[in-house]
Ligand binder design. Structure first.
Ligand code: ZN
Length: 112
């Protein structure tokens, strides 16, 4: 199955938690744009910036809470009792994006 760049971006944007709404609306503006189309690399960069910030906040929370289990909500997916650095939601998303980027690169090299 061949998933287009745009379909993939839409899929990712639709699955992001509400914490990302600023990033999502910014990125959605570029969907279908001819002059500045949204690339998975851009999506990844934008989300990584946000993630880095949330991970830092989670680390502060974690340092303030008692030693042991993480008690707060994950700032990345806002659902589970883990910190952003252990977020499986995020990890799965990143793996998906990296796979997509790699498969596109392979396609480009083999078509040359
Ligand atoms: Zn999480």
């Amino acid at each position: 199955m061949d998933v287009s760049n745009e379909d993939f971006c839409i899929h990712v944007l639709n699955n992001l938690p509400s914490k990302y709404e600023v990033q999502v609306s910014k990125l959605e503006d570029r969907l279908g744009s001819v002059s500045n189309p949204l690339k998975i690399e851009d999506l990844q960069n934008e989300l990584n910036l946000k993630y880095a910030r949330m991970k830092k906040e989670d680390m502060v929370d974690q340092a303030l809470s008692a030693v042991g289990k993480y008690k707060g909500r994950c700032k990345t997916c806002s659902k589970y009792r883990h910190g952003s650095s252990q977020c499986w939601f995020w990890k799965r998303m990143m793996i998906m994006m990296i796979k997509m980027i790699t498969s596109q690169e392979n396609k480009e090299t083999s078509s040359k």
